[in-house]
Design a protein around this ligand. Structure first.
Ligand SMILES: [Fe+2]
Ligand SMILES: [Fe+2]
Length: 241
């Protein structure tokens, strides 16, 4: 785990994130349906999750099923089902440190409340005067939309789902690993009113991602028709990845 964060904090620079956005956000790699993407992802073993023997598909179904049991809106159940599909980046050769783990703004000073802050000393941005001030490349109050978070599965799945899910669900996708914001309340100087309005929704989602990891395994075969239906309600048959 320490090794993971050492690599993550050392290599997640502002320019790295810009390059990955260029590489992936044209969504020109594959065309596939949402259930199909979940099955495709299921080949992956996530080393950042050593506490669980759950497959990727089981984790998605568990998160979604827990949301469903609690009577959360249908779009939110679906958000739970898709929230980690961005981890397919690993299947395309991206190292784990560029896919999973807590996310944080790049292009401005790294908060000392990010997990293992010491590892940022090896990141060249922490010595670059363009990027190492509180605001860095951003205007105060510019809003998170304009802030380049460290690259990973969250930002990627947000862009994949952008045309299909409500704004609150998209915020859950995009910020679910942004612990320095939703748990530590850091980076308030970059937020705008829209972010403040979306934060309660991000917080409403997060317990479902964590809490579900210890529960019994969902039945993929029995649940599939329900999720195929739910997917059809919001997504076309195939979407771009
Ligand atoms: Fe995630
Ligand atoms: Fe997750």
């Amino acid at each position: 785990m320490r090794e993971f964060y050492r690599l993550n904090h050392t290599f997640q620079t502002y320019e790295f994130g810009q390059a990955k956005r260029k590489e992936y956000l044209g969504l020109n790699r594959m065309t596939m349906g949402v259930w199909e993407a979940a099955e495709y992802l299921n080949q992956l073993i996530d080393d950042s999750d050593p506490d669980t023997d759950m497959t990727q598909l089981q984790h998605l179904l568990q998160t979604a099923e827990h949301l469903r049991r609690d009577g959360q809106p249908r779009w939110m159940v679906l958000t739970g089902f898709v929230h980690d599909l961005g981890k397919i980046l690993c299947l395309w050769g991206e190292p784990q440190w560029a896919v999973v783990g807590d996310t944080f703004p790049t292009g401005c000073a790294y908060s000392p409340k990010i997990v293992f802050p010491k590892f940022f000393e090896a990141n060249p941005d922490s010595k670059d005067p363009r990027y190492n001030t509180p605001n860095g490349v951003y205007e105060p109050g510019c809003g998170l939309d304009k802030v380049s978070l460290s690259w990973g599965h969250d930002e990627y799945i947000y862009h994949v789902c952008r045309d299909y899910l409500p704004e609150e669900g998209l915020a859950m996708l995009r910020y679910h690993s942004f612990y320095p914001w939703h748990r530590e309340s850091e980076y308030s100087h970059l937020l705008n009113d829209k972010d403040q309005a979306l934060l309660p929704w991000v917080n409403r989602f997060n317990p479902y991602d964590l809490y579900t990891k210890s529960h019994s395994k969902p039945d993929e075969v029995a649940l599939r028709p329900y999720y195929e239906d739910l997917i059809r309600e919001f997504f076309p048959d195939k979407i771009r990845w």
